[in-house]
Design a protein around this ligand. Structure first.
Ligand code: FMN
Length: 158
């Protein structure tokens, strides 16, 4: 079974989670960072896992566009969806519903919220100011590695 993890990351956390997920899934898994205006050949994969992070309440635009542009083929695949963010009160279902197109959410066999990390070293000045102001955001790294493992196990059971 061939699996692709297609992800976007702004400051590296989602990439770290995608990489951990790849390790947990074992062989036959490829990772690709979603880039704007790039075309993807998804036919060769049985499973496509898509992930991104939340900034100012939204997932990266490139992730949403990837889903919309490839919706027809994605609906023929086994699909998993995940997000990373730092709001301690975030609700997984609400996050996923908001981040991905409805049709894809309805089709997905697995979805997950893996927590997040504010990678201050990689932030520009504006990002530093914005996160300092956002009192609701948790400041300590809080990636839930057990959730990533549980997500991987669910995908393996498909
Ligand atoms: C400028 C900025 C805005 C953010 N906005 C949100 C937000 O609205 N909600 C949230 O839960 N987390 C927010 N975060 C936290 C990120 O989602 C979190 O740090 C995530 O792990 C980043 O993943 P990445 O490194 O892959 O981009 C924000 C972070 C930054 C730097």
């Amino acid at each position: 079974m061939k699996t692709l993890i297609a992800y976007s990351t702004t400051l590296g956390c989602t990439e770290q989670c995608a990489s951990k997920l790849k390790d947990d899934l074992g062989s036959g898994v490829e990772m690709v960072r979603i880039a704007r205006r790039q075309k993807y050949t998804l036919e060769q994969y049985d499973t496509v896992i898509i992930g991104g992070s939340i900034h100012e309440g939204m997932i990266q635009r490139s992730v949403y566009k990837f889903c919309v542009n490839n919706l027809e083929i994605l609906l023929q695949k086994q699909v998993g969806l995940f997000v990373c963010c730092m709001d301690p009160d975030a609700n997984e279902k609400e996050l996923i519903d908001r981040a991905f197109p409805d049709e894809l959410v309805g089709h997905a066999l697995s979805s997950g919220f893996f927590g997040g990390e504010l990678n201050i070293k990689k932030m520009n000045l504006l990002q530093k100011i914005m996160t300092r102001k956002a009192a609701r955001l948790q400041k300590e790294p809080d990636i839930d590695f057990q959730k990533i493992l549980d997500f991987a196990r669910k995908i393996q059971e498909l």
